[in-house]
Ligand binder design. Structure first.
Ligand code: ADP
Length: 346
């Protein structure tokens, strides 16, 4: 993705990845929130263990930073098996996939992140691997072409995607479990912040955790990142302890407002409101005005704005919700009519 934002659910570099690792829950019990998903998963894991079989292939779907990779680690840990990690874009050649699959042992978990970005050719190799635990490998070309069947050990494929709609139907159908991850409630995020503060050995009170939680856009990765920024601020500007005032001051300095929106979110909303009278407007027009790729906006900006009702997606395009107008200090259209002429009427 083209932009680095403090409120992005995506990972931004090696240093952060290293610290997020230490904060990653290792068991389902430690995993906070997503109660329905945890329940479904624990039943599937328990049943597989009872049958001494690998667990069914599982697909996790949801915005970045909500805990899909963490769940893959937890599944491997709970099943007592090894986790092998790869991603859609890094599997370029069929031999890349073949190498990984033939090295798997019985019960191993193969995690493919961004699985919607697998090429069609690689996907087709995956079908028999998932269904029959074998792979049909074509050697030679033309008249000499031969298909060799290579048997595989029984493994579990865990796929993660931010865009379930981009997955082909045959691939989607081969997953036994399809679990959607939704944005976290502020109370769950506050628990995540307190837990992470404990691991990082930072003192934080409940109001401090709440303050960070409400600015984390429903995303644990963002909560952990904001916590680290506030920790630094507290150490330099205060006595090292985090309370609501320290959290507020620190995040204000970072340009994160009380709902967790940053400059890009505000610019996005202003574009719809000021250039397109609140919408409807197509995503490509917004992208062109902001000089951002539509895909970036769709993945990193819109999901949370939709979730909090600031944005509506209609068949005619995007519209700013009344609360978005109010948040930016403007009156939504109905209220404006009663008030008389506005900036658009002159
Ligand atoms: P995704 O794969 O969906 O992008 P990750 O699994 O990498 O997200 O999660 C990002 C970070 O958020 C992890 O390092 C972990 O510390 C934290 N995290 C995610 N889900 C939870 C949770 N349910 N409880 C506690 N921490 C979580």
């Amino acid at each position: 993705m083209s932009i680095e934002r403090i409120v992005s659910g995506e990972s931004v570099g090696f240093e952060e990845e290293r610290e997020q690792l230490s904060l990653r829950p290792k068991t389902l019990k430690e995993y906070i929130g997503q109660s329905q998903l945890k329940e479904n998963l624990s039943i599937a894991l328990e049943a597989a263990k009872k049958r001494s079989e690998p667990v069914d292939h599982i697909l996790f779907h949801g915005p970045p930073g909500l805990g899909k990779t963490t769940l893959a680690h937890i599944i491997a840990n709970e099943m007592g098996s090894e986790l092998v990690t790869t991603s859609g874009p890094s599997l370029q050649q069929p031999t890349d996939l073949l190498g990984i699959l033939t090295n798997l042992s019985e019960g191993d978990i193969l995690f493919i992140d961004e699985i919607h970005r697998l090429s069609t050719v690689i996907e087709e190799y995956l079908y028999p691997a998932m269904e029959d635990f074998e792979i049909d490998f074509v050697v030679d070309k033309g008249a000499f072409a031969k298909t060799i069947k290579i048997p595989l050990k029984r493994f579990t494929l865990v796929g993660a995607t931010t865009r379930a709609g981009f997955l082909s139907a045959p691939l989607r159908d081969r997953f036994g479990l399809f679990q959607h991850l939704d944005f976290y409630e502020p109370a769950d995020l506050a628990t995540i912040v307190s837990r992470s503060a404990g691991i990082l050995k930072v003192e934080i009170d409940d109001q401090g955790s709440d303050e960070i939680a409400t600015r984390s856009r429903g995303t644990p990765r963002v909560a952990n990142r904001l916590l680290r920024r506030v920790r630094d601020y507290a150490q330099v500007k205060a006595d090292g302890r985090i309370n609501s005032k320290v959290a507020q001051q620190s995040l204000k300095m970072e340009g994160v407002d009380e709902l967790g929106l940053d400059d890009l979110d505000r610019k996005y909303l202003r574009t719809i409101i000021e250039f397109y009278r609140g919408g409807p407007v197509g995503i490509d027009a917004i992208g062109a005005t902001l000089n951002e790729e539509s895909e970036t906006l769709e993945d990193l900006v819109e999901p949370y704005l939709l979730k909090i009702g600031f944005l509506q997606r209609t068949s005619r395009g995007r519209c700013a919700g009344p609360r978005a107008w109010e948040h930016l200090g403007m009156s939504p259209p109905e209220a404006r009519e009663a008030e008389g002429p506005t900036l658009f009427d002159s």
